[in-house]
Design a protein around this ligand. Structure first.
Ligand code: DON
Length: 590
């Protein structure tokens, strides 16, 4: 028995795995996927964090307590939908940076029969919103108005989304799914280093938006939060109890709705009772496409994520990426060039499909992709100024968190949810204890003006009353030969799509296991600005100099890309939970 087999059997036995074992390629002989081969002297990973292995169920999320809550629901016999709902509400308490009641998101679900579903609970523009609401009398953008304070918020979709998911797929008692979050809000949660730091960092903005005595997020005596301190949120517990007893009505009507509307009126916002009462989460046809022996299932608009991911994958499918090697100059070049073209498409074609006709089929069709790829030249970098979205004939114009759950029967849920920026608009609804999103900034508030993620938009994503702002969130499920294989997703604004893309390619082309694929260093291009952002060491010196000599602008940034929370189903049925080492993300299985 060689060294590798010994390693893999040990992994199988203990359900724990060294992610940095420098051997192997993808094969199924040992019941677990083998490991990516690391060249001598190469450090392709952000860290050597290990995956979590378990047989019966797995929850991978941004906070260990939320993952534990989900796992307990699975252990009590709940399915992946039950566990996701409990995890969602727990994140709203323990991870207020992005977990929420006042935000929205997307869920992609694959049930035990292999049927796929997509749930859109994205926020909507309030009915009183209008196209130019963030522009001054000269037509210039009023800085910060779509980002901070009461006007920045869309109508929240989170609670409607969870109720919808429960009504279609839940099996346990609704009240039991809310109880862990209520207990955490009422009795407190111990602050991690990241949670304490986050609240301290935003203290000034909280005060600016809510006044000196911002409930919860600022200590009454003005002291900084300490790691290990108990964080209690009594008003939030009461809001959660109203959802527990009355479902969607417990949020969109009654006391919580009154508090929210009052908060808006007092702070100059425009969300009304009518906005809340008419909000609906909608089931949509998931976007699906094959890639070799895999089937990618992802989110259609109002997120651009699924279409973009599939365009990216289909554009590189003909190339021998595995042979060229992970992050070699050739591999990276085709990836940069497809990212450039796909983000140009995103800016032109994508918006809420309830308001604009998004040409979903055309955008992912082979003739269309061949057309946008025709300008690719392997001898030099394309220029974004010369790349436009493709033409579609006969077309009629008219701080986030992700978690993944798999249960014992193979049901999978992939949910990305957000308030947009860290703590959203920073508005805390007085008396209700939750933060409001600043999702309005995801609209194209003025054609051609970049949003907080540098994304450009156009008519398809302009503000209209009741419309959903375009998202990049990419909750994704991948099948292999018809069976559940991967559950993927991450926060990261515009970089969500490219992080999911690279993580997926790392597995299906480069033979990484789930945790390796998450740990692997990443890069990003989004058409405009015309540069490639890289994590430190993402590219070797030779690859970097080859790309520079082809004319690419390569920028190492002092930031990380992605906070992935993913699950892989190994050939022997073992689940590998892989939570990103770049944050406090944690997988818990049993
Ligand atoms: O929907 C979107 O694409 C953005 N609102 C996501 C924001 C996000 O990922 C922030 N977290 N890093």
């Amino acid at each position: 028995m060689n060294k590798l087999s010994v390693i893999l059997l040990f992994v199988l036995f203990t359900f724990s795995c060294k992610t940095n074992q420098p051997k192997g390629s993808l094969s199924e002989g040992n019941g677990l996927f083998q490991l990516f081969e690391v060249e001598e002297g190469r450090e392709p990973f952000y860290s050597n964090k290990e995956g979590v292995f378990a047989k019966k169920g797995m929850v991978a999320s941004a906070h260990v307590v939320a993952s534990e809550v989900g796992k307990e629901i699975l252990r009590k016999g709940g399915n992946a939908a039950d566990a996701s709902i409990a995890t969602f509400f727990a994140l709203a308490v323990v991870h207020p940076f992005a977990g929420n009641l006042g935000g929205g998101g997307f869920a992609v679900v694959r049930d035990t029969q292999g049927e796929a579903f997509a749930l859109d609970f994205r926020e909507k523009a309030p009915l009183a919103a209008h196209r130019d609401m963030y522009l001054d009398e000269n037509g210039d953008v009023i800085k910060g108005l779509s980002l901070k304070g009461h006007l920045a918020s869309g109508v929240p979709g989170a609670v409607a989304g969870m109720v919808e998911l429960y009504e279609k797929m839940g099996t346990m008692k609704w009240a039991d799914l809310l109880q862990p979050a209520i207990d955490l809000a009422e009795n407190g949660v111990i602050l991690t280093e990241g949670q304490a730091r986050g609240m301290n960092n935003y203290k000034k903005t909280f005060q600016e938006v809510n006044g000196e005595d911002t409930p919860y997020f600022i200590q009454p005596d003005g002291r900084e939060w300490q790691t290990g301190e108990l964080f209690i949120q009594k008003d939030l517990a009461e809001s959660l109890k109203r959802i527990q007893s009355d479902g969607a009505k417990g949020f969109y009507e009654g006391i919580t709705a009154d508090l929210l509307v009052k908060e808006m009126q007092d702070g100059g916002g425009i969300i009304s009772h009518e906005d809340l009462e008419t909000y609906d989460a909608v089931w949509r046809e998931p976007i699906e496409k094959d890639y070799k022996e895999y089937n990618i299932i992802s989110m259609p608009p109002s997120s651009s994520g699924g279409v973009a991911l599939i365009q990216l994958m289909k554009l590189v499918e003909p190339y021998p990426l595995k042979e060229w090697g992970w992050n070699s100059a050739k591999t990276v070049q085709v990836m940069i060039e497809d990212e450039r073209r796909v983000y140009a498409d995103r800016a032109k074609w994508m918006g809420d499909q309830d308001f604009v006709k998004v040409p979903l089929k055309e955008l992912t069709s082979t003739p269309y992709l061949s057309e946008i790829w025709a300008s690719y030249n392997e001898n030099k970098a394309s220029l974004s100024s010369e790349i436009e979205a493709g033409k579609i004939p006969y077309y009629e114009s008219d701080q986030t968190t992700h978690f993944s759950v798999v249960d014992k029967d193979g049901m999978a849920v992939s949910i990305t949810t957000t308030l947009n920026g860290a703590y959203g608009s920073k508005v805390v609804v007085d008396g209700a204890g939750f933060l409001m999103n600043n999702e309005m900034d995801d609209f194209s508030i003025k054609a051609g003006v970049p949003n907080m993620f540098g994304l450009i938009g156009n008519k398809a994503n302009e503000i209209q009353p009741g419309k959903r702002m375009l998202s990049s969130m990419t909750p994704t499920i991948v099948e292999k030969n018809g069976d559940l294989f991967l559950v993927l997703g991450t926060p990261g604004g515009s970089t969500i799509i490219t992080s999911v893309y690279q993580t997926l390619l790392n597995v299906v082309e480069h033979g990484m296991n789930m945790q390796q694929a998450v740990n692997a260093l990443k890069f990003h291009h989004q058409w405009l600005p015309d540069k490639v952002f890289m994590e430190t060491n993402a590219l070797e010196t030779q690859a970097l100099s080859d790309l520079l000599s082809l004319g690419y602008i390569m920028e190492i940034q002092n930031r990380t890309l992605g906070r992935m929370d993913c699950i892989m189903v190994h050939p022997n049925g073992v689940l590998e939970g892989a939570s990103d080492p770049r944050g406090e993300n944690t997988s818990v299985g049993f």
